[in-house]
Design a protein around this ligand. Sequence first.
Ligand SMILES: Cc1cc2nc3c(=O)[nH]c(=O)nc-3n(C[C@H](O)[C@H](O)[C@H](O)COP(=O)(O)OP(=O)(O)OC[C@H]3O[C@@H](n4cnc5c(N)ncnc54)[C@H](O)[C@@H]3O)c2cc1C
Length: 376
Amino acid sequence: MDDQPVDFAVVGAGIAGASAAYELARHGTVKVFEMEATPGHHSTGRSAALYTECDGPDPLRRLAMASRSFLLDPPEGFADSPILRERSVMFLAKAGRGDELEGFYNDRRELVPSILLVDEAAASAQCPVLLADLVAGAVIEPHAMDIDVHTLHQGFLRGLRRRGGTLATRSPVTGLEKLARGWRVTTPGETVDAGIVVNAAGAWCDVVGAMAGARPIGLQPKRRTAFTFPAPPGADHALWPMVVDIGGTFYFRPEGPHLLASPVDETPVEPQDIRHDELDVSLAIERIQQVTTMQIRHVRSAWAGLRSFVADNVPVVGMEADADGFFWLAGQGGYGIMTSPAMSRIAAGLIAEDRLPEDIAAHGIRREELSPARLR
Ligand SMILES: Cc1cc2nc3c(=O)[nH]c(=O)nc-3n(C[C@H](O)[C@H](O)[C@H](O)COP(=O)(O)OP(=O)(O)OC[C@H]3O[C@@H](n4cnc5c(N)ncnc54)[C@H](O)[C@@H]3O)c2cc1C
């Protein structure tokens, strides 16, 4: 059955597609196509929900900073509860890695002057389960935050509906045909003509790009494991920071009555509904037990999600030169939640006005460093 034509067809209703659709709905009619029954089934529903300005390549950190004001103070009616909650991050150096810690601190303090370099005693005062002898010190980011991902994602989807946009679930896009003006989008149940197609298909962005005849951007999905376990009895763990090993071997953080942890794995895989491997969970447990007094005997739940990267680990936000009206919103890696407000506004700005919003450009973000052309 043929449906009404729209100005913008968005493929994927994860945080990228939902936020872009929300912003584009100011400029025209929008329809989002999601192959799963539930938006957020893939990466968006499986994240560690952290906002930090100290992790990832420089452009990503700027995108996070450009997103902060929206996350702290979203528009009236966007969310019923706060999106961000205070949670500092402790970037920890194990004993013998003090030099690396100093480099980490020096690299970040210009962009984030509030960070602090502390010794092992100060680190274990903030997280008393740390074995101070096995720690060289830490960098504390006091103004990092926990993100309520569900509230943010639902805020975008609800806002989209209020602006007249629609979401079709269980609607995998199976074909994209170039028309004289715009695109014909095909799913098993319908065919919709759209002026612009936004490719926000997460790990599947190169698959969707191929449907449009676009050259691949070289997207590589990588598996990342997470699990929860009970916090040690009697610990005031709710006040602990998120603890991240700067050597990239583990992190853990409070998650309600539990702790959430990861071995910080990055296993390259094909796009899929990814499952965790018990070995990765065991590895994280072993690494965490090495530097803390915690004995992790019971895993409450475990899962894995995909973090998808291109070669330079910077997201791809821009129009495809080879396929007019086909727009990439891809490669968010491990930062797609916290950067979604800025990236969606960049997408809408480039699509509707062919320029970056001024307040976002003021953070030193340039369209060329996000453009798919840089990868070719
Ligand atoms: C363990 C883990 C921890 C993380 N921690 C953080 C964190 O602390 N902070 C942070 O900011 N980010 C974090 N991330 C990264 C973040 O989750 C991702 O960057 C973000 O969710 C990507 O969003 P997305 O919308 O691009 O992808 P997805 O959420 O995967 O959405 C893409 C959607 O496209 C749909 N789709 C694909 N192909 C089609 C098609 N042909 N037709 C229709 N629909 C289609 C899929 O079903 C999917 O729903 C983490 C990720 C993981 C796995």
